[in-house]
Design a binder for this molecule. Structure first.
Ligand code: KE4
Length: 432
């Protein structure tokens, strides 16, 4: 059933005149899946409504923040209350410390932190701090991992597996990209080779401990532990980018699950309950390098914004109070959804690999396995695009790219999961 998108189409035509690609962020343009993206008018719980009043089950959840569902009453009330006292001060306020105390309790590796307004700012600032703290210039990242759009991190692998990076975007100078090495995820060989060749020269290793930006890909057993060991012995900092996994895969993020203490952690998304908010933090002896205490400059007009703090406090307080029930339910529903859709695909003779980690999951249209970006890139993206379009027409809004993770919220019910699996079965039966 094709959905009528008259109002969305009118809004899209205006947006095309005003914004490059008609969007505020590229993935929203549906380039990878085709079709016209509906414009969202409102959302509540697990559902979105577009400008033509079509309803959708939401499985991208604002790309991670909406773990409690949209318009969660305690969050809405907290933001409304805070807004009565102005929406921004540009000065220290009580709410910053209140949210920070919730963070350091959830992340024992964080003694001190700094709020910023996005995950990009968190990662960008964390590597600057790591370079200053170590006096070193090289940064190691991993193919398929995304840490926001700072120049140093828009870098792809060079010609050889463990060679210096090349620009991953126009506008990134080779000189900048050449200070970053992009290695294969889940493969220790290139890491050991690079640390042998550049011993004492690598400022940090930055990783998504559970990758979400190549689609969902978990670390192999022992992989993260080995990165912790290698970086510690070389005096390089290990930075966990938990912008997506923080408060998502567990209340204390991936580092709680794997019992690993990184030197620095980047946070975002759920931290601000859906308002613009990021943070980076770690041991005080590292963080005290930041201005005005230390020589590393970092700043932000809206850092610690009172509304973002209020939304974050309401979100993390609810998660903390109900963490047992919420995370076990997210794991159960995530597993049921992942397996149910995969089973339906296999019944229809469609090759599919499912990677699920708590309430993050991706269906890769390949026989797999998918343990790194090369494995993800083997997916049949045309089949994914047809699947995405057919599911959207069935009222199910999946992330519009094979290389993104889908997210469940605490508002998704078992009935929603069953509805989604049945819709997928019908789509696959028509060779979606
Ligand atoms: P932001 O600057 O978009 O707040 O955060 C960048 C970022 C950093 N680290 C991780 C692990 C991330 O997943 C992200 C942003 N994620 C994407 C979705 N995969 C945001 C969606 C978008 O770019 O529109």
């Amino acid at each position: 059933m094709a959905r009528e998108l008259y109002r969305s189409e009118a809004l899209r035509q205006r947006a095309e005149r005003l914004f490059p690609g008609g969007v505020s962020s590229p993935v929203r343009a549906f380039v990878a899946v085709g079709g016209q993206p509906p414009f969202v008018a409102k959302a509540k719980g697990a559902f979105l409504w577009d400008a033509d009043a079509n309803r959708y089950l939401d499985y991208f959840g604002s790309w991670g923040p909406m773990i409690l569902g949209h318009a969660f009453p305690p969050v809405v009330e907290a933001v409304a209350r805070a807004a009565q006292n102005s929406v921004s001060f540009g000065a220290s306020c009580e709410a910053e410390g209140t949210l920070a105390e919730l963070v350091v309790k959830a992340f024992p590796s964080i003694e001190k932190m700094r709020f910023v307004s996005s995950g990009t700012e968190a990662a960008m600032s964390a590597i600057r701090l790591a370079r200053a703290h170590t006096g070193r210039k090289y940064v190691v990242k991993f193919e398929g991992c995304y840490h926001g759009h700072a120049d140093a991190l828009l870098v792809k692998a060079g010609s050889g597996v463990a060679t210096f990076g090349v620009p991953g975007s126009a506008g990134v100078p080779e000189e900048v990209a050449g200070l970053t090495l992009a290695l294969p995820f889940n493969d220790l060989g290139p890491v050991e080779e690079v640390f042998a060749r550049l011993s004492g020269q690598i400022a940090c290793v930055l990783i998504e401990p559970v990758a979400g930006n190549m689609g969902c890909v978990a670390p192999r057993p022992g992989y993260l532990e080995a990165l912790r060991r290698i970086t510690a012995s070389d005096g390089s900092l290990l930075i966990f980018d938990e912008v997506m996994t923080g408060f998502r895969v567990a209340f204390g993020g991936a580092q709680e699950i794997f019992a690993i203490q990184p030197d620095l952690t980047c946070l975002g998304k759920i931290l601000g309950g859906g308002l613009p908010c990021g943070a980076f933090g770690g041991r005080a002896e590292i963080m005290d390098g930041l201005a005005p205490r230390g020589p590393v400059y970092q700043a932000g007009t809206l850092s610690g914004n009172p509304l973002a703090m209020a939304a974050g406090i309401a979100t993390l307080t609810h998660l903390a109070e109900h963490r047992g029930k919420i995370y076990s339910s997210l794991e159960r529903n995530g597993r049921t959804l992942a397996d149910g859709v995969a089973h339906a695909a296999r019944e229809a003779g469609i090759a599919i690999t499912t990677n699920q980690f708590g309430s993050m999951l991706t269906w890769f249209f390949t026989s797999g396995p998918v343990n790194d970006f090369a494995g993800a890139a083997a997916s049949d993206t045309a089949t994914f695009a047809r699947f995405h379009q057919a599911m959207l027409n069935a009222g199910i809004w999946l992330p519009p790219s094979q290389f993104e993770a889908a997210f469940l919220s605490a508002a998704h019910t078992p009935a929603d999961i069953d509805f989604t699996i049945e819709a997928a079965r019908e789509v696959f039966a028509k060779k979606g």
